[in-house]
Design a binder for this molecule. Structure first.
Ligand code: ADP
Length: 267
């Protein structure tokens, strides 16, 4: 609690009394702490790929690597790590824009089955490489009012996680359902499920936090930034929806998103 006392005077200058301002600064402190923690995390996350790029580049420049195969593998690491750096920076910028509420919604009707057809096309290359089958169960003529670019970002993150954290030969499936509650409010339920590595129960409550990863090495190996799910959560909030997860270690995960079918005008 912070207390500020401000003396108050009448117009002609005589003393009127004190105005006391009692401010609960816990929320402000918490926000400040969160900010500085974020900056620390960001610096740490950026330093790791930069250190890898520098280390491998220095070794190559030192001229000690004469074998062409080793040299190429070092170059590949430099390339992959700079790609990850790129993704990290763009995720950090996205997240900070969203968190400052500095982001406009641009909603229009989205034809859901065409939407996933094009999502799957984008994903097919990576999925085929891992022999993962992409399946969908989506009603043919269903529309949702949403910001299509943000919807793409949501499902690109969920689908790439599903593919990344599923072993070769596994399955990734999108299921879409049209729901209606007792008061006639319509919602669309999307589930992205996989037969992958799963998430231990103890980690589930923290999975949407920035930079939280079940297994750092596994996430880094797959090029992850630790920000994908946090971005998903914020974008779902912007649509006034919910996101939940169910998962079983070594069996698979299912992320379920429910969004209102229509966005009201007050947005
Ligand atoms: P990352 O870039 O590391 O994938 P995310 O925020 O997208 O970051 O996810 C956070 C963590 O949640 C991941 O590091 C991973 O440990 C876990 N995770 C997310 N999706 C899945 C999934 N489909 N299967 C297993 N683990 C997952």
């Amino acid at each position: 609690m912070r207390v500020d006392g401000i003396p108050m005077f009448e117009e002609e200058g005589s003393y009127k009394g004190m105005l006391f301002l009692l401010q609960n600064i816990t929320a402000i402190r918490r926000l400040e702490n969160m900010r500085s923690e974020f900056v620390t995390n960001v610096s740490h996350e950026l330093k790791t790929p930069i250190a890898a790029v520098r280390g491998f580049a220095e070794t190559l420049l030192g001229g000690g690597v004469t074998d062409e195969k080793t040299a190429r593998s070092f170059l590949q690491i430099i390339y992959d790590e700079s790609e990850r750096l790129n993704r990290l920076i763009s995720d950090i910028l996205d997240l900070s824009k969203i968190e400052q509420k500095n982001i406009a919604m641009d909603c229009s009707p989205v034809h859901i089955s065409s939407f996933f057809e094009s999502m799957f096309e984008t994903m097919s290359f990576v999925a085929e490489k891992k022999k993962i089958s992409l399946q969908s169960d989506v009603p043919a003529e269903l529309f949702i009012e949403a910001d299509e670019d943000k919807l793409k970002q949501i499902f690109m993150n969920l689908l790439s996680n599903a593919v990344n954290y599923t072993q070769e030969g596994g399955k990734v499936k999108v299921t879409v359902r049209h729901l209606e509650d007792d008061e006639g409010r319509e919602r669309i339920q999307f589930t992205v499920s996989d037969t992958g590595l799963g998430i231990p129960k103890k980690d589930l409550p923290r999975i949407f936090e920035r930079f939280y990863r079940v297994d750092k090495a596994r996430s880094r190996f797959s090029g992850g930034t630790g920000l994908g799910l946090s971005i998903v959560k914020h974008l779902v909030d912007l649509h006034r929806g919910t996101v939940t997860v169910e998962s079983e270690w070594n069996i698979g995960s299912a992320f379920t998103i429910e969004l209102p079918m229509l966005q009201d005008d007050s947005h």
